[in-house]
Design a protein around this ligand. Structure first.
Ligand SMILES: [Zn+2]
Length: 109
């Protein structure tokens, strides 16, 4: 038992243990808690990403879908979003696509 610091700050009421979010780098934030996808990546997001960063991703995802006209029935579109999600939340893999409105009309796909 090494729980000596537990009652100092534990007042959030969340069932999930506070952690350090790798995206916003805040300490002691509550993780999302429920997996947004039924797979390993979803579990990882539930455990490691804070609620605010997940909300930020959802907003970013919506911009990507709108900007690129993604059809989520399309496997390529889903792969594109997962690649961007990993870059956005975990800074992993290839850099995410940028949404530069000054290039509107030059996006070829
Ligand atoms: Zn965060």
């Amino acid at each position: 038992m090494t729980d000596s610091s537990r009652d100092a700050t534990a007042a959030g009421g969340s069932a999930a243990d506070p952690m350090r979010c790798p995206r916003c780098e805040r300490e002691g934030v509550a993780p999302l808690g429920s997996a947004p996808f039924p797979n390993e990546l979803g579990q990882r997001i539930a455990a490691e990403i804070c609620v605010e960063c997940w909300e930020a991703w959802k907003h970013h995802q919506m911009l990507l879908i709108n900007h690129y006209g993604l059809n989520l029935q399309d496997a390529n579109a889903r792969t594109f979003l997962i690649t961007n999600l990993k870059s956005f939340l975990f800074a992993e893999g290839p850099a995410g696509a940028t949404i530069d409105t000054s290039k509107e009309g030059r996006v070829s796909w």
